[in-house]
Design a protein around this ligand. Sequence first.
Ligand code: URA
Length: 197
Amino acid sequence: GLPFGGGEVAALDWPALRSAVENCRACALCNSRRHTVFGVGNERAHWMIVGEAPGEQEDLRGEPFVGPAGQLLDAMLAALGLTREAAPAERQVFIANTLKCRPPRNRNPAPEELAQCEPYLQRQLALVQPRVILAMGRFAVQSLLRSTLPIGKLRGQVHRYQGIPLVVTYHPAYLLRNPVDKARAWDDLCLAASLVE
Ligand code: URA
C-alpha cells in the first residue's frame, strides 16, 4: 500500500508530493517503470489537463505527453494560445496523468493501480486549483467523475470536480487513430476555453 494514507497525501506541499511520487512503491508498476511521471506546467495554471498514464517516451524521459499523443495535444493547445512552456498562468497549462507510472506495454490501468495513484492526482488538483479541468479519455474520467459512461456520452457538456468545471474529451492517442473525431475534440476545447474567460 501507500507509504501513507490518502489523507496524508492531501497535506503534502509541492516538494513533498514530488518526492512521495518519486519514491512511491504503492503498486507493482514501481517494478517495471524507468521514471515516475509527475505533472508539469504552471502551478497556478488556469487550465489543468489530465491524461491516462505514461507511455514509452514518457517513461524514458520522466515527462508527460512527450510522444506522438503529446505532439497532437501541444498542437491543439497552441491553437487556443496555450502552452506547457513557461508563460503566465492564463496561458501556461498544467499537464498531469491519472497514473504516474507506465503500465507494461501500455496496457490499460488496473482498478487497483488507479485507486492507489488517485491521491497524487487529487493533491495536484487541489494545489493548482485550476479554473477548468480537461479530462482526456476514459481513465481520467473514471478517476475524476466516477463515471464509466463512454466519452461520447460525457463530452460536450460541463461537469464538476470539487466545484471546478470539468470538460470531457477524447484522448489524443485515440484521435490519432480516429481523426474524424478531432472536430468534436476541438469543440470540447472551445467549450473549456469559454469557461475560463
Ligand atoms: N498518454 C497519456 O495519457 N499520458 C501521457 O503522458 C502520454 C500518453
